[in-house]
Design a binder for this molecule. Structure first.
Ligand code: P6P
Length: 280
């Protein structure tokens, strides 16, 4: 696993340099989710593929920027799914973005997930790597230095409600509003990585991306967005569900399959379960 951790660190340093290069605009291509790819998206995907190609323990990679998975070597043990530059359109308005990695053993199956990682490119570059514990590192002087272990409180104060409100089911809007009535503060930038990083660092809260009329399965992808953050939140002492059950109990039949998702402290997740149970 150390060789993978090192490859992610090298990738993050190169991606930060690419972000700091002048805006290289949109390509003419679309990714498998129908989103126009920034040339930067493609460049970051190439960086990660180059670094992972040098790691003997990696068998297969799957990227948000690629339609299908790519086999690297049969002898490898690990399957890695990643989003090279999640929320990349936020770069145009100078907001934080991130890279997300899900590390699986022997196959892309949520039950085989053994580690997860994300990198936040913001005022600072920070990396969070979850294996047995959730550990945060800060990029300083060209190296990632360990800062602290991340643990969630039982209850937080932040509410990050995803999706277009007019497309929410009425019961979901009531749930979101009930947290605001309890005094939760709205913290939502539209970037999954910084929005979840904030909840993790501020001790807790709730992030939700529900089924909406325009995205009945939700928007976020299982392999390289939902499962990695579910792993991280559960290892940090919180929880992650699809409204009723454990997100890491879900199957995944396609690289770009989506899931409804809730990540948070235990109090908030219990509230979600209570409300969603009444809809069944
Ligand atoms: P919405 C960015 O495009 C992204 O994939 C995630 O980073 C983010 O959480 C979500 O979409 C935001 O979606 O519909 O709330 O703008």
């Amino acid at each position: 696993m150390d060789d993978i951790f090192s490859a992610i660190q090298r990738s993050a340093i190169r991606i930060k340099e690419a972000i700091d290069t002048k805006d290289i605009g949109y390509s003419q291509q679309e990714n498998s989710s129908g989103e126009t790819q920034l040339q930067l998206d493609i460049k970051c995907d190439m960086i990660i593929e180059e670094e992972f190609s040098q790691v003997p323990s990696i068998n297969t990679i799957a990227s948000e920027e690629k339609e299908h998975s790519v086999a690297l070597r049969e002898s490898g043990k690990y399957f890695i799914a990643y989003d090279p530059l999640d929320g990349s359109s936020l770069i145009d308005v100078n907001l934080s973005v991130g890279s997300i990695f899900g590390i699986y053993e022997n196959s892309f199956n949520s039950k085989n997930m053994v580690a997860a990682c994300y990198v936040v490119y913001g005022p600072r570059v920070e990396m969070v790597f979850a294996h047995n514990k959730v550990k945060m590192h800060l990029l300083q002087g060209g190296d990632f230095e360990f800062v602290k272990e991340i643990r969630l409180g039982e209850k937080g104060k932040l509410n990050a409600p995803g999706g277009t409100q007019q497309n929410w089911a009425p019961f979901h809007k009531e749930l979101v509003d009930s947290f605001f009535k309890e005094g939760y503060r709205l913290r939502y930038s539209g970037g999954m990585v910084p929005d979840l990083h904030q909840i993790l660092l501020k001790g807790g809260g709730i992030f939700s991306y529900p089924a909406t009329s325009d995205a009945p399965q939700g928007k976020l992808r299982k392999l390289f967005e939902v499962f990695p953050f579910a792993f991280i939140f559960q290892k940090a002492g919180g929880d992650a569900i699809d409204g009723c059950g454990d997100l890491l109990a879900l199957d995944c039949c396609d690289v770009h399959e989506r899931a409804v998702c809730f990540f948070g402290s235990n109090y908030e997740i219990a509230r979600v379960k209570e409300v969603y149970a009444k809809q069944r």
